[in-house]
Design a binder for this molecule. Sequence first.
Ligand code: PEP
Length: 251
Amino acid sequence: MRKTIIAGNWKMYKTMQEADETIALLAEKLKGKATENTIYIATPFLFLDRLIQKYKSSSIHFGAQNINEHTDGAYTGEISGKMLESINCEFVLIGHSERREYYNESNATIYLKIKAALQHNLQPIFCCGERLEERNNNTHFETIQQQIEESIYLLTEEELQLTVIAYEPVWAIGTGLTASPEQAQEIHQHIRSLIENKFGKVAADACSILYGGSVKPSNAKTLFSQPDIDGGLVGGASLNAEDFYQIITAI
Ligand code: PEP
């Protein structure tokens, strides 16, 4: 059975105090509630150590939004997998479209980052997705295929089993536009068949594929009820404890 995951991406928002208040509220709402879903939040690096320590008895798992592909070295301003592992960070977002676009991350670098995460016991959440012009040109299937072939296809089957995939159409991130459940399902099915072609049906069936792009309490249920959607990667709505709680309980 594949895991259902609801992951928040806080991007570059909140102060330490605001982060603490939001997690305290969310942890309180989740207390004593049995949920089958795994709850992840990717916070800015700065907050991770404190939140991991303070909320270790909650059901929230904390992760990073980026990782450097090297283990150590003269890379001013960067954070490595070795550092994240040393504070018990559990997962890391890799290849988010904002990193691909603003920091020129290529599929080749993204592959190295996935390897670095796995080497340090961090679960990679690999993000892929097409731009608006690619969807309008009807080349979105090829875009996703290339992103998967140039990174995920280079993993071993064991490495794939530890990796989560997030489909995030770039035109739906932070825009308020959401892929319709049918559009999202079509691409999730495409991704699963690409995984099956390379790694076989058992591996494809076990792979968690999340949808991201303006998920909100009002649309989470219909998106998450699609057969190939195994949860969500949520940006804006994860910043508010009540909204994120409603998304978590929408499944
Ligand atoms: C994201 O940042 O991964 C994201 C999906 O953002 P939003 O939910 O705000 O569109």
